[in-house]
Design a protein around this ligand. Sequence first.
Ligand SMILES: Nc1nc2c(ncn2[C@@H]2O[C@H](COP(=O)(O)OP(=O)(O)OP(=O)(O)O)[C@@H](O)[C@H]2O)c(=O)[nH]1
Ligand SMILES: [Mg+2]
Length: 480
Amino acid sequence: MYRENYINSLRAEMVDLVRTYLSPVALKYGYSDVPLETTIKWRPMVLILGNYSSGKSTLINEFLGVDIQAVGQAPTDDSFTIITFDENASEEDPIKTTEVRDGKFLLNDPEYPFEILKKHGHRFASHFRLKKVNSPFLRNLALIDTPGMLDSITERDRGYNYQDVIGDLAQLADLVLVLFDPHKAGTVREAHTSLRETISTRTFEDRVLFVLNRIDECASLADLLQVYGTLCWNLSQITGRKDIPTINLTYSLRAATAVQTRNPEATSFLYHLQNQRKMLKEAVLEAPQKRLDNLASFIETHSERLDHFLEALINYRTRLRKLRFRFWAAGVSASIIAGLLAIAGAATLDRFEHVSDPPVIGVGLIAFLLVTIFWGIFPKRLMERLFHRRQMRNIDLLIPLSSQTRKDSWQAVRGLVADYLVKSKGRFSLAEVRSEYHSIHRVWVEGTREVRTALNEIANLMKNGGEIEAEDAFDDENRA
Ligand SMILES: Nc1nc2c(ncn2[C@@H]2O[C@H](COP(=O)(O)OP(=O)(O)OP(=O)(O)O)[C@@H](O)[C@H]2O)c(=O)[nH]1
Ligand SMILES: [Mg+2]
């Protein structure tokens, strides 16, 4: 309980850090259209993907301890369902769906992080919903059940872009389970592509978990090995890598009963794989901890990018200031020369006897002022326009790109910096940018260090006996 509270309060603090320091700057400079915390403010989420009938909904029901999602052999459910905890319902009551909210409501409610899915249109909205359930499994996380993947011809008939929706949901999720079943052990190429596109390579391995489900349907251990081998081969083809990701093995106890009673001898290997089922469940329950890691990476990435964004703006203005200084130095010299020439010219006229005559000085002053004013209008504008054009042409020279990390982070913001410079025409307050830069820099250097220290503390808490608390209704049932 102590660990759970610590995780929750740390999560709230990290979201607050983003809201207070990063979001205002991100919105002001067009780094982001929505407050940065929009996608991270809600609970940790686990996204469950896979072919149709790979057992996604059955697995979810098993986690929850009751049949909440419809299951069936044919493609059963064509909706994306967020399944979350009902804070107001009693955990003493029998587990059930206590409330359902439809997509249109969800996509517009600022309490939830799903605004970014609005762009997928009405068809998607009508296939999106939220269910509240009083299952203790959901106390600290939400699950997302998805429609099964079909062949590519039918995908087109969905009326929204399935791949893009998956990509957006994967960005919100802290853990993505990709389910296979022994019958179709390798048909998720498209899903894999959209996951690759949206989840950064750095965190991909931590966030995506491959699961071979329904293993009870393998006729024997040899059959399971054959299926496992096929899946590994297919995955290495899809990922283009020789090292094979870890594949979790699991099955539903309830669904398996019929198969096992038919052939108890052949499926005795399942007995040795019980720990795999337990490990999968524990991995899912670790989503809140994963959220902290993801939040830490989120803060690191965005504070670093914003830091470089502002550094570029500061350098732009500092260079402009230096150039202006030189420009005015030249301008004042030109005005003085013009003033002196005017005095010399006036003095040669017969009407004046001496250069110190007030009218002669007056002529000199007028010439000085006229040249200064002229200098401050036309040449200044021309100089600034040329300066702006040159900076835009050589935008990569705005900040030093001394390391690969700086190059990567600059690559992510250079277009946005260019947009801002064009939009503002380079007119913004250097003092303001400097003070914003200092606060972002502090978040980047000190904030992220503090966050990582806190994460280490949590990891130590776990090592010293943080147990998994959720009830395993079906396991208990089975034991009985
Ligand atoms: N033997 C066995 N059957 C399973 C297992 N998991 C699911 N099933 C059965 O497989 C069928 C499909 O399961 P669902 O949970 O509906 O699969 P889904 O992935 O949610 O399917 P869609 O929602 O249509 O994409 C159902 O008839 C389940 O009873 C399992 O581990 N073992
Ligand atoms: Mg389903």
